[in-house]
Design a protein around this ligand. Structure first.
Ligand SMILES: [Ca+2]
Ligand SMILES: [Ca+2]
Ligand SMILES: [Ca+2]
Ligand SMILES: [Ca+2]
Length: 256
């Protein structure tokens, strides 16, 4: 073997060794499944955002329960009951929530003040399903959607702010039943900037993508503080109101 062949062979060997090390490192990483107790797949489809659940796309997917008490005891069905469906397309994650709530209340005129003590739908999204603390970061978002459709979460500087362009909501209320149809844009929290002049582009979604997700409803019927807080996933331990801090309690979605 001449010198050139020997060098070429050595290079091939080094590349193969590097590739083998990379593949074994990847397989040693914790799979996202082990980080999330609840897992579900989401069907593809694009509903019309009109607050009506009559879309053909919604009819192909199952209702899921919104029935885990995160604060207080389970409420009677007439006070609160809820169910939801999910869909996705390239541009959005879609949430359809059918909420029975005997009294709709928006008591705080300032939408950034104690917004969790007014009736609101809360959508939790962790784009990379990393889990972990997100209270004062964009590791995950906790979108509080008020009855007027305004969207609030806490910024990294710990100040609540509007994120209205992240969620488009159309709601129709008939008597005690409200149908919320929401298009949620998905942002990469690791890249997200709230500095003036910075633009954030939402991610294009693809089949197979995994995201952390949970849904909740803050129910108040004219009390000083919310009376019920009902989530979509069970939370271990005595303090179940952890979704706004810890993305580890979210479920894991796989886009199908
Ligand atoms: Ca619709
Ligand atoms: Ca109620
Ligand atoms: Ca994350
Ligand atoms: Ca209420």
């Amino acid at each position: 073997m001449n010198k050139d062949s020997l060098i070429a062979l050595s290079v091939v060997f080094l590349v193969l060794a590097f590739l083998w090390m990379e593949s074994s490192r990847e397989s040693a990483e914790t799979p996202l499944e082990s980080l999330h107790a609840v897992q579900m797949s989401v069907s593809y489809g694009t509903p019309v955002l009109d607050g009506n659940a009559t879309d053909a796309a919604w009819s192909k997917t199952e209702w899921l329960p919104l029935d885990q008490s995160w604060i207080g005891n389970p409420p009677p069905a007439a006070d609160f009951s809820g169910k939801y469906k999910l869909l996705w397309d390239e541009n959005n994650l879609y949430v359809l929530a059918e909420i029975t709530d005997d009294t709709l209340m928006d008591g705080h005129e300032d939408g950034l003040l104690k917004y969790w003590d007014d009736d609101c739908l809360e959508i939790f999204v962790d784009e990379d399903a990393s889990g972990g603390i997100h209270q004062f970061s964009y590791n995950a978002f906790a979108y509080h959607i008020a009855l007027d459709g305004k969207v609030v979460d806490i910024r990294p500087d710990s100040v609540p702010a509007y994120f209205d362009d992240h969620c488009t909501t159309r709601r129709i209320t008939n008597g005690k039943i409200s149908t919320w149809e929401v298009a949620v844009k998905i942002f990469d929290g690791n890249q997200y900037s709230d500095q003036p002049g910075e633009e954030n582009i939402s991610k294009m979604l693809r089949k197979g993508k995994k995201m952390g997700f949970a849904l909740a409803y803050c129910d108040n019927d004219r009390s000083p503080e919310r009376e019920n807080f009902i989530g979509s996933v069970p939370v271990e331990g005595p303090d179940k109101n952890r979704g706004w801090i810890d993305a580890g309690i979210f479920g894991l979605l796989t886009l199908d």
